[in-house]
Design a binder for this molecule. Structure first.
Ligand code: HEC
Length: 137
C-alpha cells in the first residue's frame, strides 16, 4: 500500500521536471489513476452524490453551473457539460470527469480547480471509478 502511495508522487515529480508535460493535451496517463474500488452495487444516490455535494455542488449545482455542468442529479451528471459528456458509463478510464478528479492531464482541468478546494482522496476517486465502471446507476 505504501508503495502504491509513493509511486504516483515519484511519477508526478518526474513529469513536472521533464519535457513530457508539454505533450499533455489529450494524452493522459490513466495508469496514474487509483484503481476502481472493489465495492459492488455503487450508486449515485448512496455513494457518489454525497461526495459531489461536499466538493462540487458549489460550482456545479443549483447556484452555479460552471461549464454548464450540474452534478446535483444523476440525469444532469450523465447529460454532461457544454462540451458534451463527462462520464462514459462502463469506462471510467475514458471519462473526462475521472481525469479531472484524478488530477491527470492538463492542470487547468483539475477538479476541484487548484486552490479552490481540496482534491478528492484516492478512495473517493476509486469509488467514483467503480460507480462509472458499473454503469453509472
Ligand atoms: C470552485 C469552483 C469549482 C468546483 C468546486 C468544482 N468545479 Fe468543476 N469546473 C469549474 C470550472 C470553472 C470549470 C470549467 C473549466 C474550464 O472550462 O476550463 C469546471 C469544469 C468541470 C468539468 C469539465 C467540463 C468540461 O466540459 O470540460 C468537470 C467534469 C468538472 N468540472 C467536474 C467537477 C467535479 C467532479 C467537482 C468536484 C469534485 C468539481 N468539478 C468541482 C469549477 C469548479
Amino acid at each position: 500500500m505504501l508503495i502504491k502511495l509513493l509511486i504516483p508522487s515519484i511519477v508526478a515529480g518526474a513529469v513536472l521536471a521533464g519535457p513530457a508535460a508539454i505533450a499533455a493535451d489529450k494524452t493522459v496517463d490513466v495508469s496514474k489513476l487509483p484503481p476502481p474500488a472493489d465495492k459492488k452495487g455503487v450508486t449515485y444516490a448512496a455513494d457518489v452524490k454525497p461526495i459531489f455535494e461536499k466538493t462540487c455542488f458549489k460550482c456545479h449545482g443549483p447556484e452555479k453551473q460552471k461549464a454548464k455542468l450540474r452534478l446535483d442529479s444523476l440525469e444532469a451528471a450523465l447529460k454532461g457539460s457544454e462540451n458534451g459528456k463527462v462520464i462514459e458509463p462502463g469506462n471510467s478510464a475514458k471519462s473526462v470527469m475521472v481525469h479531472n478528479i484524478g488530477r491527470i492531464g492538463d492542470e487547468d482541468d483539475w477538479m476541484p480547480p487548484v486552490d479552490k478546494g481540496d482534491p478528492l482522496s484516492k478512495d473517493q476517486v476509486a469509488l467514483i471509478r467503480a460507480w462509472i465502471d458499473q454503469g453509472a446507476k
